[in-house]
Design a protein around this ligand. Structure first.
Ligand code: IFM
Length: 457
């Protein structure tokens, strides 16, 4: 087998999903309602009124899905655990039947030699906790750590890699500032409180997991690859500083550098008195981690332009900044395809936060896939996207960035949040009428990449 670009020995190849997006079984075995159950049932919030009630029915079909993962030679599978399955009210008694599902799933994965990588929170907050303030409430952080410990107690003997949160930027800013995600609030002060309590929840959970014996603990962020429209412009550089602060350093610095950056605190003070930051919080958030998950899809270009409206509700306080529309080829989400943005992002993280190994915990693309008469999906555009981004990762590794693995988003087509089922990110096609799975061409291509530990020239 000829290999053009080879990845380091031991590089982890896998795929990723999230509980609400694939499991379905929304009322099975004592699962409680989550904020996404509520949000998706609220008219006008999700495309065509789609919900995760059935999704890919993975809850019942997981043995077949794990068999497909084995067929693709995946070495790792990143999935999330549903808090409302484990603790239906968010706090209170653990639901053993909810944990039984993950117990079976993990055994199935291990039986096929696939390493389970767990995410403890991928956006499905128990509704009863939202009723008590959600992530704007400090208590949610402690309850999250309790739920993490209870989950570890049941599964910790078989899972070595535990990540706390997925993309807290989305939970806080899309959930509480722009309201396009659950719980659908539109209040910048609430969003900043949510940022802080998510970070605190991460720190408390990381400490609890480590105390219980977890081997590797981490978190997944979706850092923005923020780039200036004009690299020579001082105004654009200033716009980059602001957006990078709000999107990236607000998470990176407390987790990896001991505390919030002064300019970000100043920015937040325009909306809130910051009373939610208490003595000792920054120390708790800075709990040591063993890996940082990086999710990347597209770059963000900004320019400093007096009078520009800013990035909208999800980017509070960015008036005077122009967020450039996507240029050049885009995916079905309208997201600009630019692999070089991933190299730049990885180099930046490697330079500014050099001690933490990185994993690409999500990367992939939605395209308007059409099955041919034989049922096959010839998704050459997705193969090109993945190929380009893997080359971008390889370049970063060659330049000295410590990237240890790559997990494609997503293993299978699924519930794409506010977009419902109309956007397909999977390398496995799902027919939602029959729940039939079909390996797309990209899945077969990815299997070869894994087999080669690299790409052809
Ligand atoms: O589907 C999502 C996933 O849940 C989190 N990261 C981005 C993906 C694509 O939008």
């Amino acid at each position: 087998m000829t290999v053009g670009l080879r990845f380091p020995d031991g590089f982890v190849w896998g795929a990723a999903t999230a509980a609400y997006q694939i499991e379905g079984a929304a009322r099975d075995d004592g699962r409680g309602p989550s904020i996404w159950d509520t949000f998706s049932r609220t008219p006008g919030k999700v495309h065509a009124g789609h919900t995760g009630d059935v999704a890919c029915d993975h809850y019942h079909r997981y043995p077949d899905d794990v068999r497909l993962m084995g067929d693709l030679d995946l070495r790792a599978y990143r999935f999330s655990i549903s808090w409302p399955r484990v603790r239906p009210d968010g706090t209170g008694p653990v639901n053993p039947r909810g944990l039984d599902f993950y117990d079976r799933l993990v055994d199935e994965l291990i039986g096929r030699g696939i390493d389970p990588i767990v995410t403890l929170y991928h956006w499905d907050l128990p509704q009863s906790l939202e009723d008590r303030g959600g992530w704007t409430s400090r208590d949610t952080a402690s309850w999250f750590a309790e739920y993490a410990a209870a989950t570890y107690a049941r599964l910790g003997d078989r899972i070595s890699t535990w990540t706390t949160l997925n993309e807290p930027w989305c939970s806080a800013y899309l959930g509480y500032a722009s309201g396009v995600h659950a719980p659908g609030r539109q209040d910048p002060a609430a969003a900043f409180a949510a940022v802080h309590h998510l970070l605190l929840g991460h720190g408390l959970a990381a400490r609890a997991l480590r105390a219980a014996g977890a081997e590797k603990v981490g978190i997944t962020l979706n850092p923005a690859a923020v780039l200036p429209a004009d690299p020579e412009s001082a105004a654009d550089a200033e716009a980059v500083r602001v957006v990078d602060g709000l999107s990236n350093r607000i998470f990176f610095d407390p987790i990896l550098a001991g505390g919030y950056p002064p300019d970000v605190l100043e920015h937040m003070r325009r909306f809130t008195d910051l009373a939610f930051i208490q003595d000792g919080d920054e120390k708790a958030i800075a709990a040591a981690i063993d890996l940082l998950g990086v999710n990347y899809y597209a770059p963000t270009y900004v320019a400093g332009r007096p009078g520009a409206p800013g990035g909208g509700l999800a980017h509070p306080g960015t008036e005077g900044i122009l967020f450039l529309p996507a240029a050049g080829p885009v995916t079905d989400m309208g997201w600009q395809i630019e692999p070089a943005g991933l190299t730049a992002l990885l180099e930046r993280i490697g330079r500014d936060y050099p001690t933490t190994p990185l994993y690409i915990t999500e990367n992939g693309a939605a395209f308007d896939d059409k099955a041919g008469p034989d049922g096959q999906v010839a998704d050459a555009d997705r193969i090109a996207y993945l190929d380009g981004h893997l080359r971008a990762v390889h370049t970063a590794i060659e330049r000295g960035v410590d990237v240890r693995g790559y997990l494609v988003w997503s293993l299978m087509d699924n519930f794409e949040w506010a977009e419902g089922y109309r956007k397909r990110f999977g390398i496995i096609h799902v027919d939602y009428q029959t729940q039939r799975r079909t390996l797309k061409d990209s899945a077969l291509w990815y299997r070869d990449v894994i087999g080669r530990n690299g790409l052809p020239t």
